[in-house]
Design a protein around this ligand. Structure first.
Ligand SMILES: Nc1ncnc2c1ncn2[C@@H]1O[C@H](COP(=O)(O)OP(=O)(O)OP(=O)(O)O)[C@@H](O)[C@H]1O
Length: 272
């Protein structure tokens, strides 16, 4: 694994005074004998959108999964380093994993609604948390669907199977499901890569709106999307986080040649 030395991966003055939602320090991750993350430093500010970009296989999903410990499910995955969620050690022995995953929600590339009704999908986490009162459930479902920009489209279809919604609607439904349990952070792993252009636009508008209340870490291969929605952008290559800056700076005046080559398409990258 060879890559240039990181610059501003853990920004000095850049995030001064900002509360951090997520933080990784010296984070390395191995799958068996394969190193996927190498001494990664990253700070994700509160109530902002941070994009994570970089060539296929550079470790973006692996890094994302450290923050809600989804990598715990992978048998030969080993992690070293410090991972913090709002300042608390995400790997502390006393930490409640269900509570961590409630606070740090995740949206995947492929919309994954459950084969249940629209409203049952959104109510799922609330029921799991013990909420039984029908009126409160209905209110919370409506609020989450409104926050995800889906209410007007599904208010008459709440009892219908979620699998009958369009892909774009399903992705917003999954976001509503994540929002219903009132998370603080949303991890999004290429969430729009399977959507048509209009659904993608709606999705991007939603992400910008979500920034008012949530901290978002968004993996994307779509450079225009990163430029449109992200306040900050982090560039990864070969398991290392090499550059972090405002999105404006990354796209107009990156410090590293590798970052520039990637965003201008000189370095091979997966297109949507
Ligand atoms: N469960 C796993 N077991 C073994 N190796 C894995 C596993 N998941 C990922 N890897 C490897 O770890 C490295 C980083 O993969 P990761 O999926 O994090 O990259 P990525 O940047 O998200 O890629 P992409 O943009 O293609 O989704 C790759 O070499 C990949 O093959």
């Amino acid at each position: 694994m060879s890559a240039p030395a990181p610059v501003a991966a853990m920004p000095g003055g850049l995030l001064d005074g900002q509360e951090l939602a997520l933080q990784a320090r010296g984070l390395s991750l191995d799958y068996g004998s394969r190193r996927a993350l190498d001494a990664v430093d990253l700070a994700v500010p509160c109530r902002r959108v941070t994009a994570l970009i970089g060539p296929s296989g550079c470790g973006k999903s692996s890094l994302l999964r450290c923050f809600n410990r989804l990598n715990d499910e992978i048998a030969d995955c080993r992690i070293v380093g410090d991972v913090r969620v709002f300042g608390a050690d995400a790997y502390a022995a006393e930490l409640s994993l269900p509570e961590l995953r409630r606070r740090v929600g995740m949206v995947f590339q492929k919309p994954n609604p459950f084969p249940q009704s629209v409203s049952e999908n959104v109510a799922f986490g609330l029921r799991l948390a013990g909420l039984r009162a029908r009126l409160e459930l209905e209110d919370r479902v409506e609020a989450a669907l409104r926050a995800a920009g889906l209410w007007e489209e599904v208010r008459d279809r709440l009892g219908e199977s979620a699998l009958r919604l369009s892909a774009g609607q399903q992705q917003r439904l999954v976001i509503a499901r994540a929002l219903a349990v009132e998370p603080q952070v949303l991890l999004m792993d290429e969430p729009a890569s399977m959507l048509d252009p209009i659904s993608t636009l709606r999705f991007e508008e939603l992400v910008v709106a979500l920034r008012e209340r949530y901290s978002v870490l968004l993996v994307t291969h779509n450079m225009q999307q990163a430029a449109r929605v992200a306040d900050y952008t982090a560039y990864m290559q070969a398991g290392r986080l090499l550059e972090f800056d405002t999105t404006d700076r990354i796209f107009t005046n990156p410090r590293l040649r590798g970052t520039e080559d990637y965003i201008t398409g000189k370095l091979a990258r997966d297109e949507e």
